[in-house]
Ligand binder design. Structure first.
Ligand code: GLN
Ligand code: ZN
Length: 721
């Protein structure tokens, strides 16, 4: 049985990728050092593949993002120097960034600016294909165009044909022997017209003098037979995220002599594979197909390997990171050739469960419909809230975090490494909170935040405070460019391990007369940015987390906190790729949010915050979450989200971000006013808040203070009119 793997992390165990590229940006690494460093890193990656599997793609390595590389290779953008390349990634000429399917990876979005595209093969400054001959990595034309923006519908057909031809021309010119073509957009719900366009355009692959294998992942392909009809050599499908739909189709399909790349080892979650069951499926498929065993979804969603991670002993025996997933592919092929010993050992602990808390199980089991419903109605409770809070028209607030300065990060690290006592650390954090409160006091903001100085990351922080969730210590994954995060692992029943956030919030509140928001990360976001157990339904995990947050909110109320914000920035991202599966997802997603706040007092005001995605399509689900106030990102799309509110009955209070905090640029009064004016055409002024787009932790105080000053001025001017 042949094995194949793709998408192995480019980050490097020591985060070499980040160090090299950021070093180059800071002018501490020369161009030559950068390029040789990246090549060396890639050589190590390829060696890792070769240790375990028969084949893998070549030319996968990027300096920032594969979508950008495609755009450069085929002439959508130009970058003749490395600095020009990086200008397209960051800074004021940067391409927009958005989530890659339903993952937490962000790609750079090629922009056709409404014009007819004109493709040509170029030799990019970063030539990822140098020396590559076999399984040369490319993003397929359909996925590339489908994920780009401002490509007018009327040009799509032509563009797809042209780009496919250019790709074939490139393959032939370079003399590649085989090509690894990634086409995950084929798992989207496509129209019949789109399928026809694809089949038509991809006919050109016939002219390629190379073997072409086309890979799909993250979900099932709705018309799998159509892929087997294409003039390609092999088709890759995902068996881990397809709800069984791919396998069911394959049983009926005519292989037409194509290879089947069976994606059986999950590239998105950390649980060890049930190797013997998998081997059975492969045996069955082998009767009909020429099967190659591979991973389901690229492996870069996982940390490099388990070396040096800080997980509980029992958990270590149940998980696999990227390198261990390669090992699993090897073990499956061993089983199939009759060698079972090592595989048996690998799965020995698979069935055992741990981290069960009876109390939590029972609490979830006994939930009734009314536990998900807050009373009284919004219209009644908002009056009570206004009496208590007494806020002016156009209340001003921020989203939660304030700048995480060099000093804050340094002190937190000292504490983590045990070089600073808990008491000294607490004193330091309180000092930062006090400063932040004073700044908000001076600015005369209406609703305060404590600044989140004690939090490294909005999910990891809560993971550390909850039973049943493990943090990994060094399990880094790229979220975009060189930016990394460490997804925690939700392995057992989740419960609060004592109060999580109360002391900081209460301390902040003790310093001011203004209301300070209690600040929580919601259940869906905690789940979306973690690896989640699969032995119980995700809905149950969500309710467990919600109950923990519910207890925290109770404690806020007892301590006199009047406003609680539950952030759910990942609610859109976590939605399934196929819309026909949305109802099922949003059902538990919304209920978990409602469970957090359903039993608060009428006068406690519940806020939520969302960002990073297009919310237009899901606005009806959002309304159902039954919060009192929402703050939502708006300025990056220049307020396009506002149109959404023309179409739905939206009676809640809302703050549309007037300042794009992702850029160091301080927006002027006028720029903020443009967004507000547009918004006030559809949202009644009594319901309108003034706030930035998102938390301010990546900004510097020198940017934050003038921008907030402008924001306050906008609110004051509005109150006078
Ligand atoms: N409260 C969080 C913060 O301000 C929200 C972050 C987010 O939405 N990503 O940092
Ligand atoms: Zn945000």
């Amino acid at each position: 049985m042949k094995t194949y793997a793709y998408g192995f992390p480019r980050l490097g165990k020591q985060r070499e990728f980040k160090r090299l590229i950021e070093g180059y940006w800071a002018q501490k690494v020369t161009e030559e050092e950068l390029l040789t460093g990246i090549k060396e890193l890639n050589r190590k990656r390829e060696e890792t593949y070769q240790k375990y599997v028969n084949a893998h793609p070549q030319g996968e390595m990027t300096l920032y993002d594969p979508m950008l590389d495609m755009a450069l290779l085929f002439g959508v953008y130009k970058a003749e120097t490395l600095d020009e390349y990086f200008n397209l990634c960051r800074g004021k000429d940067a391409l927009e960034m958005t989530k890659w399917f339903n993952t937490n990876y962000h790609y750079l979005v090629p922009d056709f600016e409404g014009k007819k595209p004109c493709f040509k093969v170029t030799t990019p400054v970063w030539n990822r294909h140098e020396g590559a001959r076999e399984n040369v990595h490319l993003i397929a034309p359909f996925t590339f165009l489908k994920l780009s923006k401002n490509l007018p519908q009327e040009y799509f057909e032509e563009a797809l044909k042209e780009l496919t031809e250019i790709v074939v021309q490139y393959i032939n010119e370079k003399g590649f022997e085989s090509v690894h073509l990634e086409d995950p957009a084929l798992v989207m719900e496509l129209t019949e017209k789109e399928w026809n366009l694809i089949q038509d355009a991809y006919k050109s692959f016939e002219k390629a003098n190379a073997e072409i294998n086309i890979f799909t992942y993250y979900d099932s392909v709705d018309c799998l037979q159509k892929l087997f009809d294409l003039p390609v050599s092999g088709v890759g499908v995902d068996f881990a995220h397809d709800r069984g739909e791919n396998l069911a189709q394959l049983r009926e399909i005519d292989p037409k002599g194509k290879k089947l790349f069976a994606g059986v080892v999950d590239g998105r979650n950390v649980w060890r594979n049930d190797l013997f069951k998998t081997a059975e499926v492969i045996s069955e498929l082998s009767k009909k197909f020429d099967v190659v065993v591979t991973n389901a979804a690229p492996l870069f969603h996982l940390p490099v390997n388990l070396l040096g991670v800080t997980l509980p002993e029992e958990l270590l025996k149940k998980v696999a990171f990227a390198e261990e997933k390669l090992k699993e592919l090897q073990l499956i092929s061993q089983i199939l050739s009759g060698d079972e010993a090592e595989a048996k050992e690998w799965v020995a602990e698979l069935e055992s469960s741990f981290g069960e808390i009876t109390k939590v199980r029972e609490r979830v089991k006994s939930l009734k419909e009314e536990d998900f419903v807050r009373k009284p109605s919004y219209q009644e409770r908002i009056k009570k809230q206004q009496e208590v809070l007494n806020l002016p028209l156009f209340p001003t607030t921020t989203i939660g975090s304030f700048p995480q300065t060099e000093e804050v990060r340094r002190v937190r690290l000292l504490y983590k490494k045990g070089r600073l006592s808990e008491e000294d650390y607490k004193t330091f954090i309180r000092g930062e909170i006090a400063k932040a409160i004073q700044i908000q006091e001076d600015l005369d903001i209406d609703v305060f935040v404590h600044g989140e100085f004690e939090r490294t990351d909005m999910v990891e922080f809560f993971a550390e405070k909850m039973k049943g969730i493990a943090t990994t210590g060094n399990g880094w994954v790229i979220s975009y460019g060189t930016r990394c995060y460490r997804p925690p692992i939700i392995y057992g029943d989740v419960e609060r391990d004592g109060q999580m956030t109360i002391s900081e919030i209460v301390f902040a509140q003790s310093l001011t007369e203004k209301p300070v928001k209690g600040m929580l990360t919601g259940p869906v976001t905690i789940i979306a940015w973690s690896y989640v157990r699969e032995d119980i339904p995700t809905s149950e995990v969500a309710y467990q987390i919600a109950l923990a947050l519910k207890d925290e909110i109770k404690d806020y109320e007892k301590a006199g906190i009047k406003i609680v914000q539950i952030d759910e920035p990942a609610i859109r991202e976590k939605a399934p790729i196929k819309k026909r599966n949305w109802d099922e997802y949003f059902d538990w997603a919304i209920k978990s949010f409602r469970l957090c706040h359903s039993s608060v007092k009428p006068e406690t005001q519940i806020h939520t915050h969302m960002c990073y995605s297009e919310f237009g399509e899901i606005i009806n689900y959002i309304v159902d979450m039954d919060f009192d106030v929402i703050s939502i990102e708006a300025s990056r799309s220049k307020g396009d989200i506002i149109e959404t509110f023309e179409k739905v009955a939206f009676d809640r209070q809302i703050g549309l971000g007037v300042w794009d905090i992702h850029s160091p640029y301080v927006p002027s009064l006028e720029e903020m006013e443009v967004i507000v004016e547009r918004a006030l055409k559809v949202i009644p002024k009594e319901n309108f808040w003034i706030n930035p787009d998102c938390g301010l932790k990546t900004r510097r105080w020198e940017e934050v203070i003038p921008a907030l000053k402008n924001m306050i001025t906008v609110a004051r001017k509005l109150r006078k009119t």
